[in-house]
Design a protein around this ligand. Structure first.
Ligand code: G2I
Length: 454
């Protein structure tokens, strides 16, 4: 389980813990940090934790019952953000009638697994129920403060950071506030009021302002910067700024991304990457993801990164395949880039840099069966061999395979594929294997697990 390179580090940490601590209780804490370091090698969350940060995902309550969704979440991530379930329309659809069911489901799942929860979001013009927009100023002010107080009190002690106000500035060169019921009726002061109310409701939660198109220096981020600076100078309670970081070819990772995070951090707030997704595929997408992670790691007050979903198929912009896992939960090259930027290694730390990625495609379908193909691609080092597990759902059966040597578990549902003959792949090179699934009435795609290289 421990790679040769990880072991000396473990010993050093353990020794330091012994030197620093005399009491038995603190000695036990040293043992815990040792376990954390061991895991750090192979998952996003544990690798980020080893760098003093979290790595989270936006989660939808209605997917938690899907085994692969939940297991990917539980294995890889140590923070969650409810994607829609804490928004105003979800929790207070009618005035003073609160509905926490779906959000509670996510929070209790996260708590059961020891994950942090980011609260998203208290005051936003979108996903705002109609009744709010219809209120006159005085009533709107009390409805806003009541909403913040009720929701934060319900989750008091359970939320690491709240997006108190979301997306309150305009895009473009004006640097002006965006029109919304809050802005239009309460004026500029609504943001300050929201933050003060939030601090009073749960003084233990970090309070963030969250926005998009603020990732580099521009008119919009300058406007947010000036607001945060003013808040800090006047003692308005703000602890963090969220940079959503929704990128694509029209809006790539800005060249001054790190510098922009740093200038906010220098105001004395934490910074977080809150909704990261980058449209694209392959090595271009991987490179961009790597840049984002490296920027956060280079800014000491950047406390964590959240990606806006788990598999591409559930992304709010799924056609752009912007996430780290494909539709079958295979790790994409972007995943490998993130893990490696976080200092982790795939495959449980074995193999001294040997990595590979497996991607699945269905190549043909007919009544009663389909063919699947898995592409195995070596990472940035040459590999001498690989294995990929493929799981089908009973009563499906794998009735034929080609270009590989399968072994089977006792259930007959899990096939571990190894190469035939010469298994070597140069860095970045790929090979494929294939199989036929007889569906017996179940047409689910097989689950192709992570590729392990040696
Ligand atoms: O638009 C991307 C994000 C931008 N920053 C704030 C985030 O809160 C926002 O998230 C997205 C969710 O990912 C979408 O899932 O916010 C959208 C709404 O503004 C969410 O979309 C909505 C659909 O518009 C609704 O039709 C749908 O009922 O999701 C709802 C729940 O699935």
């Amino acid at each position: 389980m421990f790679s040769a390179s990880a072991r000396p580090q473990l010993r050093i940490r353990a020794r330091r813990a012994l030197v620093l601590t005399t009491a038995g209780v603190l000695g036990a804490a040293g043992v815990l940090s040792l376990a954390g370091t061991a895991n750090a090698a192979s998952t996003l969350g544990a690798s980020a934790a080893a760098k003093g940060r979290y790595f989270g995902a936006a989660v939808a309550a209605n997917h938690l019952g899907e085994a692969q969704y939940a297991s990917t979440l539980d294995t890889e991530f140590n923070s969650v953000t409810p994607e829609n379930e804490m928004k105003w329309d979800a929790v207070e659809p009618t005035r003073n009638s609160f509905n926490y069911g779906s959000a509670d489901q996510i929070v209790s799942h996260a708590q059961g697994k020891g994950m942090k929860v980011r609260g998203h979001t208290l005051v936003w013009h979108s996903q705002l129920p109609g009744w709010v927009g219809g209120l006159a100023a005085a009533d709107l002010r009390s409805a806003m403060n009541n909403h913040i107080t009720q929701v934060m009190t319900h989750y008091k002690g359970k939320i690491y950071a709240w997006d108190v106000v979301n997306e309150a500035f305009q895009d473009g060169s004006s640097g002006a506030r965006l029109s919304s019921p809050f802005q239009d009726k309460l004026g500029n002061g609504f943001i300050e009021e929201a933050f003060r109310t939030a601090r009073a409701a749960d003084s233990g939660a970090k309070l963030c302002y969250n926005d998009y198109n603020t990732d580099g220096q521009n008119a919009k981020s300058n406007a947010v910067y000036n607001m945060v600076k003013d808040f800090k100078q006047r003692g308005v309670p703000i602890d963090c700024v969220g940079f959503q970081s929704h990128f694509n070819s029209n809006s790539p990772v800005p060249g001054d991304y790190q510098a922009n995070l740093q200038r906010f951090a220098d105001l004395g707030v934490y910074v977080q990457i809150t909704e990261l997704d980058i449209e694209g595929s392959g090595s271009a997408q991987a490179t961009s993801y790597g840049k984002v992670v490296n920027a956060c790691l280079a800014v000491s007050r950047c406390t964590g990164i959240t990606v806006w979903g788990i598999p591409d198929k559930y992304s709010w912009r799924s056609s752009g395949t912007p996430l780290l896992f494909d539709d079958n939960y295979n790790k994409k090259p972007a995943y490998d880039a993130v893990l490696s930027a976080l200092g982790g290694t795939s495959g449980g730390g074995g193999g001294g840099g040997a990595t590979c990625a497996a991607t699945y495609t269905r190549t043909s379908t007919w009544n009663g069966g389909f063919n699947g193909q898995v592409t195995v691609k070596a990472g940035s080092s040459a590999i001498s061999s690989w294995t990929v597990p493929v799981t089908v759902t009973s009563p499906q059966k794998v009735s034929a395979t080609w270009n590989g040597s399968p072994t089977w578990d006792s259930s007959g549902n899990v096939m571990t594929m190894k190469p035939n003959g010469n298994a070597s792949l140069a860095a970045g090179a790929s090979t494929t294997f294939g199989f036929t699934v007889t569906t017996n009435g179940n047409t689910n795609a097989p689950t192709v697990g992570g590729c392990t290289a040696s």
